[in-house]
Design a binder for this molecule. Structure first.
Ligand code: PMV
Length: 334
């Protein structure tokens, strides 16, 4: 009888930054140039499964087939980055042998929905499960807490360190942690202006933006905006919170467009959506928080009492043929 294959599994959510991690103070360990704040997107998940394979002489990656998940295709560079990080995790957790890593996302990858955050966080958690069983240093592994695992995941992809915390995560230079703010639950829509893989990776974006003249003062602006945003969220001043988030993502996208060489992610659909949401704020004096990652897609966060507004926007976008990913708290038929 053949031995059953041992499998270690974990999943992790994506997160969307309202104050962005863009630019590094130390590239090797992904130390951020400035502190960042994110909201964890519990419904957008990466699942990772690791299985031991006696027949392998190196670690390999393959897509994981799960119902309702997207078929994941990694570029050669993306696959290498993932496997290299798994090797680093094995060394960190004192794990020997070769493994097959399989992963899938329940949302499109590499297009500005922070799939690297959920992927590297899930890989860290799955490797930790593996290490709890097979590590040569089990006691050390068992003593690791969430903050340690977050610091480890940061080395794969900086934004991954925020995905281990909820509902909000604050990442300051020393590490990320959970943050409680008055808005613990929000409705979320991602307007899919494109689900094509982006041509400039966020790794490349981090490297290019210091060449922008606008990078002068960026760290101070981001830190000041973080303070202002935390204060407006804490005092439940939603409109000011919207304004800080709005200027923050434009600040990041302006850095992209003024780098040398310049690059950008917004397309005509993104601009159409932004203009519609801005008009809605102007006419109604209320609306969602808006942000964009390094991609063309627009993230909208609504307070719980704004459900009908979120559904109204969703219906309007759908009528124009624009695809939406919505949190399960929203239902178009309601
Ligand atoms: O974690 P990285 O290296 O993929 O960088 C993520 C950068 C942004 O997503 C653009 C912003 C952020 O804070 O998540």
């Amino acid at each position: 009888m053949s031995k059953p294959v041992e499998v270690w599994k974990a999943s992790a959510p994506s997160n969307i930054a309202l104050i962005k991690y863009m630019g590094k103070s130390q590239s090797e360990n992904n130390r951020p140039a400035n502190a960042s704040l994110s909201y964890t997107l519990d419904h957008l998940l990466t699942e990772v499964e690791i299985s031991r394979r006696e027949d392998l002489d190196q670690d390999v990656w393959a897509p994981l087939d799960l119902p309702d998940f997207y078929e994941l295709r990694l570029s050669a560079e993306g696959e290498k980055k993932f496997i290299d990080f798994f090797r680093f995790l094995k060394a960190t957790f004192s794990v020997d042998g070769f493994y097959e890593i399989r992963s899938a996302n329940n949302f499109p990858s590499d297009c500005g929905i922070a799939s690297s955050a959920s992927s590297f966080a899930a890989l860290t958690l799955a490797a930790y499960q593996l290490a709890l069983d097979v590590s040569a240093q089990k006691e050390t592994v068992e003593s690791l807490g969430l903050e340690d695992l977050s610091k480890i995941s940061r080395k794969g992809s900086g934004s991954a360190c925020r995905s281990l915390f909820r509902p909000w995560a604050l990442w300051e230079s020393e590490g990320a942690r959970s943050l409680e703010l008055p808005y613990g639950h929000l409705h979320h829509l991602v307007v899919l202006a494109s689900d094509q893989v982006k041509s400039v990776s966020s790794r490349e974006a981090h490297q290019r933006i210091p060449s922008s003249l606008l990078f002068n003062g960026r760290i101070e602006r981001a830190e000041l905006r973080l303070k202002s945003l935390l204060s407006s969220l804490n005092s439940q001043d939603w409109k000011s919170s919207f304004e800080f988030c709005w200027s923050e993502f434009w600040d990041m996208h302006a850095l992209f467009e003024t780098s040398s060489p310049a690059f950008g992610y917004m397309n005509s659909e993104s601009l159409k959506v932004l203009s519609k949401i801005r008009s809605s704020w102007q006419s109604e004096g209320d609306g969602p928080l808006v942000t964009m990652d390094a991609g063309p897609n627009v993230h909208l966060l609504y307070r719980m009492d704004q459900k009908s507004l979120a559904v109204k926007h969703w219906n309007e976008f759908a009528l124009e043929g624009i695809k939406i990913l919505a949190s399960p708290s929203l239902d178009r038929d309601s």
